[in-house]
Design a protein around this ligand. Structure first.
Ligand code: DAH
Length: 342
């Protein structure tokens, strides 16, 4: 019994030395000295001993209890001292700086472009990222069997309609919102649609399965290619903060006729040619075109009366050019060393 008590004492003292805060101390006190504590239990069991033994063991256990209580109080005083030190506020010390978050460079660019376009009377629209086959392809003049479907590697959602067809996709571009917008607002109309698009791409420095685009659409009477080029120039001058030289080439997209690729003078070499522009002196930056009459009709707009232009800006790509970002994976990589530069 005596040994057991000594052992318990050593154990408690050892634990006391390791205590760091008052709640751990309280727990320890309850565990050993509380009403149902281990030491209390031993003291209670003295009742079963002979009178002689009771005398000896009783004395020792009281001594041990006294000693432990003393030590508990000492530790308590030390800890409370420390804890109140922590609570002390020296108002004369310089404040710790609050860490500010950073906007993603794509968001920065998007905000800039939203300002620019709203100043030209465009509205800003959203659309669903999980889109129907109809809006993503069909209504954009890309029928089911058309080879143009192969231009975009699509994530189809594993859910079939009544006819057993897969008819929901992660939108491969922001263009579906063109038809949604025309159906909702009619003509005349001006709007942009910044948002994410998804393609089944193998990831490398310039390809990602998720990227950001900004669709633009303007529909009205007598809208022509001249309007398209004027607005595109306004957009590019705004992004790069200087007058940009552009050229227009034919490009095929089923939802526009005619379709274009709008290029800018290479921002790296300025014209003579370099690896970034594949030695052509031009950077392909903006696919665009005059809205196909069929697409206008899908949007519920009279294609005899109205015309329109559309463009599909790759915001992710543009942000890479504007800020000189070499690897697309940085945008969603979550590395603060990257984000803190903006
Ligand atoms: N949606 C096309 C793509 O992601 C880009 C595009 C091309 C959009 C021409 C347009 C356009 O509005 O007129 O590949």
């Amino acid at each position: 019994m005596k040994n057991k008590l000594e052992q318990l004492k050593d154990e408690i003292l050892k634990r006391l030395n390791e205590i760091k805060d008052s709640s751990a101390l309280r727990d320890l006190e309850v565990k050993y000295l509380g009403r149902k504590g281990e030491l209390t239990n031993i003291l209670r069991s003295l009742a079963d001993l002979s009178i002689e033994e009771k005398k000896v063991v009783g004395r020792i256990s009281n001594e041990i209890k006294q000693e432990l209580m003393l030590r508990f109080n000492e530790v308590k005083a030390i800890i409370e001292g420390k804890e109140s030190d922590k609570g002390f506020i020296d108002v004369t010390l310089p404040a710790t700086k609050i860490k500010n978050g950073h906007l993603n460079p794509i968001t920065l660019l998007q905000n800039e472009l939203e300002d620019l376009f709203t100043s030209m009377g465009f509205m800003i629209l959203d659309g669903p990222e999980l889109e129907s086959d109809f809006y993503c392809f069909e209504a954009l003049n890309i029928p089911k069997t058309h080879p143009a479907r192969d231009m975009q590697d699509t994530f189809y959602i594993d859910k079939r309609n009544k006819n057993g067809e897969l008819d929901m996709v992660m939108r491969t571009h922001t263009s579906p919102v063109q038809v949604r917008a025309m159906q909702k607002y009619g003509a005349p109309f001006r709007g942009i649609v910044p948002g994410r698009a998804f393609r089944c791409e193998a990831t490398d420095a310039v390809h990602e399965h998720t990227f950001v685009q900004m669709e633009g659409l303007m529909v009205g009477e007598n809208i022509s290619i001249t309007n398209l080029i004027a607005v595109m120039k306004e957009l590019l001058n705004g992004v790069f903060g200087k007058e940009m030289e552009v050229r227009v080439r034919p490009g095929y997209f089923p939802f526009v006729e005619p379709g274009f690729e709008l290029d800018i003078r290479c921002t790296i070499c300025g014209g003579p040619g370099c690896p970034s522009c594949k030695h052509s002196g031009w950077l392909e930056i903006l696919p665009a075109g005059m809205v196909h009459p069929k697409v206008l009709e899908y949007g519920g707009i009279d294609s005899k009366k109205y015309t329109g232009f559309a463009f599909g800006l790759g915001l992710t790509r543009l942000a890479m050019m504007k800020y000189g970002i070499g690897d697309i994976r940085n945008f969603n990589g979550g590395d603060l060393r990257f984000l803190e530069q903006f």
